[in-house]
Design a protein around this ligand. Sequence first.
Ligand code: MG
Length: 201
Amino acid sequence: MKIFCIGRNYVAHAAELNNKVPDNPIIFMKPPTALLKNNDDFYHPDFSNNIHYECELVVKIKKSGKAVDPEFAHLYYDEIGLGIDFTARDLQEELKSKGLPWEIAKGFDNSAVISTFLPIDQLPSPIEFSLYKNGDIVQKGTSENMIFNIDSLIVNISKYFTLQQGDLIYTGTPAGVGKVEIGDILEGFVRDEKMFSCRVR
Ligand code: MG
């Protein structure tokens, strides 16, 4: 399986990191070894002093597709989860400033928290989600604020990569990203439903 992630898919988040709003989706990938499931603890890696949480809706692909036509994009998914795209912001900024690839800042082990999945037909649209850190809300998002919606992401990604059953798409984070410290507890919600809990150790 493959893990696709989308950068700068919410205007307010692009602005908070002083990035331009993109003309096309910014696509990057994490390896399957990045997944952190079952509410497991996240062990803070020692190669970074600035690990950020980015809470994101995650789409699970249900069948293979290549160069998917926009009118059929909705047929390629029927489940939505919630996750965190952990980012070593210090490494990412350093590598970006040198024009170098920043895989290590995004794809390291356990950098992709993933919840269980909900059938999309049981979710009211737009899909509202939130992240709490130590009991305080730090991120609040809604699918209607995505610059590129889910169908558009599927069309764009499948131009370059064949989608396969079980692939995941982390659809980008709203504003409010921030640093985690050892001892923090991160809890993600879709509407009122708790999707995951993750302790930083
Ligand atoms: Mg992200």
